[in-house]
Each structure stands twice: as structure tokens, then as C-alpha cells.
Design a protein around this ligand. Structure first.
Ligand code: FMN
Length: 238
């Protein structure tokens, strides 16, 4: 945790970025990556972009831990062990079954598309568990970001700020032809992550983002999730 190769990295001229409309449409959740790590200077530029995210009263409550190299491997091993042992220690609940109506329809559709692409049958619990386990290998990404936050009241506003930050981080990656995948599942093992990284108890883990160079040829990256029509999400008043 003491090493900081990222801040020390000299800046890179990475102005050759995608325009906004392309960036926002090209971004998607990648679930397979090349082993080659990103240059520290590039990670720094992405983090500098993410730092511009808005937050309630400009509190900037995000506490970002970037994990690479041997520490990444240690964390992956600890998470796999915790997963196999069923040692869940979430800081925040995740009630997957709590969605109703169209939210539940979308959730089910995402699961169906995801597992169909992997060739896993709906009732094949063992294969589904194996497929889900790849989350703890960070989908082979060389880097994983863990997004921690302080507890303030019921934490909903702070979590909103971390969502803003995470999306800015993901778009900063996408604009450079890089990729990431947000992972709530990493947050379900918050204490394991805190222990491996030496993070204090007062910081709570909301989610992680595995990131790197996406493996565009990988079958796991064939999936494109659609979006509902505007009228089902937006109501206009005048
Ligand atoms: C906060 C958050 C947490 C997520 N957690 C996971 C996760 O744990 N594992 C995973 O494979 N995908 C996860 N996803 C990715 C979603 O499944 C994905 O964003 C959604 O299906 C839309 O697809 P797209 O990102 O490719 O557009 C998460 C997304 C968000 C925003």
C-alpha cells in the first residue's frame, strides 16, 4: 500500500481520444482482458479524469485503491478462498431478488444473455458458479480498482457520488480504447479486501472495477447489452 508508482508516473500525451458520443456508446462491460499491464502514466491520466466527477457538496468521498502485480494475485487468491468457503462479508446488502416488474425482467434478461453466451444452461448450477468465479480472477484483468467510501447517514448519497466517480473512470478508460467492468460481487467480500490491502474499518467497500486492455477477440466479450426505449425511462413535464 505504501508504494505509489501511479502519482510518480510522468504524464503521457494521450490526447488522441474518442469523441464523447463514441466514448459513451463504445463503453461496455468487458469480461476478458489481455495480460499486459497498462503503463502507470495512462492509469494516472484516467484517475485524473475521474477526479472531475461531481459529488454532493464537492465532498469527493471516493477512496480508490488500485491493485496490480503480485498484490493483485494475492487479492485474487484470497477472494477465491473466501468465495469457496462462503465467507461473505458485505458492507452493503445486495438483494438481487428484490427487483420487481420491468427491473426484474431486465435483470433476468441480462442473466439469460450472459450465460447463453458462455454456453451455460440455466439450471446448471455448477457451471454457473464456475462462470461467476471468474469475477475473483478479475476477468483476467491485470488491474483492479476497489472503491471505498465513508459511512454518512444511510450512505445512499455517498454511494451516488461513487457511482458518478465510477462511470467517469469507465468513460476515461473507454475514451482511450481501454476497458473495465464494474463488480458488485467484489464488495460482497469487503473484509477480505480490507484485510489484504490493509484498509481501515471505517472505509466501506461499494464495488470494484477490473480494468486493462480488453481482449476484443474473447468470446466473453461478444455480449452487447441493449437498452430500453427512452419513453420507459424518461418522463417529460412542461
Ligand atoms: C455498480 C455495478 C455493479 C456491477 N457488478 C457486476 C458484477 O459483479 N459482475 C459482473 O459480471 N458485472 C457486473 N456489472 C455489469 C453489469 O452487468 C452491466 O453493466 C450491465 O449488464 C450492462 O451492460 P454493459 O455495462 O456492457 O453496458 C455491474 C455493473 C454496475 C453498474
Amino acid at each position: 500500500m505504501t508504494q505509489d508508482p501511479i502519482s510518480a508516473a510522468t504524464s503521457v500525451d494521450d490526447r488522441l481520444m474518442l469523441p464523447f458520443d463514441e466514448t459513451v456508446r463504445v463503453r461496455r462491460s468487458y469480461r476478458d482482458f489481455l495480460a499486459e499491464p497498462l503503463p502507470n502514466a495512462v492509469i494516472r491520466e484516467v484517475l485524473l479524469d475521474a477526479q472531475h466527477a461531481p459529488s454532493n457538496c464537492n465532498t469527493q468521498p471516493w477512496n480508490m485503491h488500485i491493485v496490480s502485480g503480485a498484490k493483485r494475485d494475492d487479492l485474487s487468491k484470497a477472494l477465491h478462498e473466501a468465495n469457496v468457503a462462503g465467507r461473505l462479508t458485505p458492507d452493503f446488502s445486495w438483494d438481487e431478488g428484490g427487483f420487481e416488474g420491468r427491473y426484474d425482467e431486465r435483470r433476468r434478461e441480462q442473466g439469460a444473455i450472459y450465460y447463453r453466451n458462455l454456453g451455460v444452461a440455466r439450471d446448471d448450477r455448477e457451471s454457473r458458479a464456475k462462470a461467476s468465479g471468474v469475477n475473483f480472477s478479475f476477468f483476467n484483468a491485470p488491474h483492479v480498482a476497489l472503491l471505498f467510501m465513508p459511512v454518512v447517514g444511510d450512505s445512499v448519497r455517498v454511494a451516488g457520488d461513487l457511482g458518478m466517480y465510477g462511470q467517469t473512470f469507465l468513460l476515461a478508460l473507454a475514451a482511450r480504447g481501454l476497458g473495465g467492468v464494474p463488480q458488485t460481487v467484489l464488495g460482497l467480500y469487503a473484509q477480505t479486501v480490507r484485510d489484504v490491502l490493509g484498509v481501515s474499518q471505517d472505509l466501506k467497500l461499494l464495488y470494484g472495477i477490473s480494468f486493462g486492455y480488453p481482449d476484443e477477440a474473447a468470446s466473453a466479450n461478444r455480449v452487447r447489452m441493449g437498452r430500453d426505449e427512452l419513453a420507459r425511462s424518461v418522463t417529460f413535464h412542461s
